[in-house]
Design a binder for this molecule. Structure first.
Ligand SMILES: NC(=O)c1ccc[n+]([C@@H]2O[C@H](COP(=O)([O-])OP(=O)(O)OC[C@H]3O[C@@H](n4cnc5c(N)ncnc54)[C@H](OP(=O)(O)O)[C@@H]3O)[C@@H](O)[C@H]2O)c1
Length: 234
């Protein structure tokens, strides 16, 4: 299914992988509404993407706001739920409140956005959730992500059955380098070298590569209940 003329809502759509999905979708003829908590970042993304992009300020931990904002968009075809924060630390040291906070944004944020989208989304459209490599390729210090991503992948399988014919999929990014300008340059270079040593692709992925896979899941009308790894082989 072509994305031309389709309307796509992308939570966490002003930065990283969500931003790359927004840009690529507009290139393919879609209109996008990107959401996030920071108006300046949203405005900058929409200006950069150009005609076809709009934004709403939205914190996905606010259930009432999620319903209100998705209703304000009007009918749309696809929902992409990219909003998430980073929470990491040793299991025995990480406060339970931090682990709960990760679930509040990355699991419940996606859950409530999907639920709020159902009355407004076209039945031949789709919902695209975000999982991540840390569920099936666990690493010490990231138990919260392992757990939340596992929960997301379970939810996707159930919703693909319950919400059919609406399609429901997930993308599971591996190590995608969205950190340029966000990390100090030495730490960034170390991150790139560590990842290069770990994965068959020999480098981190780009947001554009993850977005390319995401658009396949939006466009392919026979794919539902699937989690697609985009991870350079690990
Ligand atoms: N990059 C990777 O290597 C990688 C690997 C595995 C999985 N993933 C997953 O991929 C997805 C996208 O991540 P990314 O790497 O592209 O990171 P990112 O650039 O940090 O994007 C996350 C976005 O979520 C927004 N956000 C955070 N908390 C929010 C909240 N409470 N309400 C609304 N928006 C919120 C942020 O904007 P504001 O702060 O302005 O709200 C930001 O735009 C996430 O689910 C992440 O876990 C990424």
């Amino acid at each position: 299914m072509s994305l031309s003329g389709k309307r796509i809502v992308i939570t966490g759509g002003a930065t990283g992988i969500g931003r790359a999905i927004a840009g690529l979708a507009v290139e393919r003829g879609a209109a996008v509404v990107v959401t996030g908590r920071t108006e300046a970042t949203l405005k900058a993304a929409v200006t950069e993407i150009g005609p076809g992009a709009d934004y709403r300020v939205l914190d996905v931990t606010d259930a009432e706001a999620v319903e209100r904002v998705l209703a304000s968009v009007g009918p749309f075809d696809h929902l992409v739920t990219g909003a998430a924060e980073i929470v990491a630390g040793p299991f025995t040291e990480l406060p339970e409140t931090d682990a709960r906070s990760l679930f509040e944004t990355k699991f419940w944020g996606q859950y409530r956005a999907a639920k709020a989208a159902v009355p407004h989304i076209a039945p031949d459209g789709s919902i695209l959730f975000f999982s991540g490599y840390l569920y099936r390729k666990a690493e010490a210090g990231f138990s919260g992500f392992a757990a939340v991503n596992g929960a997301v992948e379970g939810l996707v399988k159930a919703l693909a059955i319950e919400l059919a014919p609406l399609r429901v999929n997930a993308i599971s990014p591996g190590q995608i380098d969205v950190y340029e300008g966000r990390m100090d340059p030495d730490a960034h270079a170390r991150f790139r070298a560590d990842v290069a040593a770990q994965i068959p692709a020999g480098r981190p992925g780009t947001a554009a590569e993850a977005a390319h896979a995401a658009l396949f899941l939006l466009e392919n009308t026979f794919t539902t209940g699937t989690t697609l790894d985009v991870d350079g082989g690990r």
